[in-house]
Design a protein around this ligand. Structure first.
Ligand code: MN
Length: 342
């Protein structure tokens, strides 16, 4: 079991608080939602009032998590403390800033619980529980053991969903023995993995029109730099039409990196008013995604990351710089590998 030195301070803050807000960043996923719902159950069990906040609508594929509908887009008027889950990046809390709510949050004790490898940029955190783990849900589980928080059946299932999702079914690079042990412990309490998997699989079903759209996107994939870099671009009209159904990038990005010789897949979205976003996925052994995003002011994991450009640069310019930078980073990686062998 991992013991966190921050646990004592976390307990003090939560003991003092009556109403706690749990905050997800502007890129909610299974881990952030499952962690939020788990914290809610744990704190309600201690007779606390809990509000679940996320500045953006939760995407439809998250709706298989029981309780997702309790997440709201407005901060409550009064609360005593907050817990930010699954991010250490201030730039992912942009929605909060829109209504000046960030300073409001910062005026009360703020606990950050996160597992991302990037450095923390949340300067207003009172307590930072930021450790390498495969998922935030894993850190919550460890905190619960350390602080003797009671976990009921549903909470155990949520934590398992968070860990399995971020670890890609315990197959990702950052999965360690402890993550697998925790899943084993959760199974011992009665969590049924086959049942969780069938719930998740239901969410993989798509609207029929997305099957056709996916085909069109795949036809537009371009390969560069000896096929090492695969790129697709999604114009605003398609974002507008298909995003309510599914994130267009996610329809094809995993297929793109299945091409022989491809190391990196990048999906660009071109918005109105010159905003361009990129989603980057790398194959195992070619983890340059974090460095590629950092080049453009973004961040993330070596195998998965993203960035956003709003400075008015043209899409063509961004795209060619991305291809060039990706190729340089891949060359560097291969050079380092060759040096190691020598
Ligand atoms: Mn996570």
């Amino acid at each position: 079991m991992t013991r966190y030195p921050e646990a004592k301070k976390i307990k003090e803050i939560l003991d003092e608080a009556k109403h706690i807000v749990v905050v997800q960043a502007d890129n909610p996923d299974v881990d952030s939602l499952a962690s939020s719902l788990a914290i809610e159950a744990i704190l309600e069990n201690q007779d606390k009032q809990v509000t679940l906040y996320c500045g953006v609508d939760l995407p439809g594929y998250l709706h298989y998590l029981p309780g997702w509908g309790r997440v709201v887009k407005d901060l409550p008027k009064k609360f005593d403390a907050s817990i930010i889950v699954d991010t250490s990046s201030d730039s992912l809390l942009e929605q909060l800033d829109k209504f000046g709510a960030k300073s409001w949050l910062a005026a009360k004790p703020v606990i950050v619980v996160d597992h991302h490898a990037t450095d923390t940029t949340i300067g207003f955190a009172t307590v930072l529980c930021h450790y390498p783990a495969v998922a935030t849900a894993e850190i919550i589980y460890e905190l619960a053991s350390q602080l003797n928080w009671q976990l009921n059946q549903e909470t155990n299932e949520l934590l398992a969903m968070g860990i399995l999702s971020d670890s890609l079914g315990l197959m990702s690079q950052s999965t360690n023995a402890r993550s697998i042990h925790i899943i084993a412990e959760l199974v011992e309490t009665g969590v049924d993995l086959a049942e969780l998997e069938s719930l998740r699989r239901e969410t993989l079903r798509r609207d029929a029109e997305l099957i056709h759209y996916k085909g069109r996107l795949l036809q537009r994939v371009e390969f560069y730099s000896d096929n090492r870099v695969a790129i697709v671009s999604i114009p605003w009209e398609e974002i507008e039409q298909y995003s309510p159904l599914y994130n267009p990038s996610m329809l094809v990005i995993d297929d793109m990196r299945l091409a022989k010789g491809t190391d990196v897949a990048i999906a660009f979205k071109i918005y109105k008013e010159g905003k361009v976003t990129a989603k980057i996925r790398c194959n195992y052994g070619y983890g340059i995604a974090d460095k590629l995003s950092e080049h453009f002011g973004g961040g993330g994991h070596p195998l998965a990351s993203g960035f956003k450009i709003t400075d008015g640069r043209s899409y063509e310019e961004i795209k060619s710089e991305t291809i060039k930078t990706a190729a340089q980073l891949l060359d560097k990686l291969e050079q380092e590998r060759a040096d190691e062998i020598l």
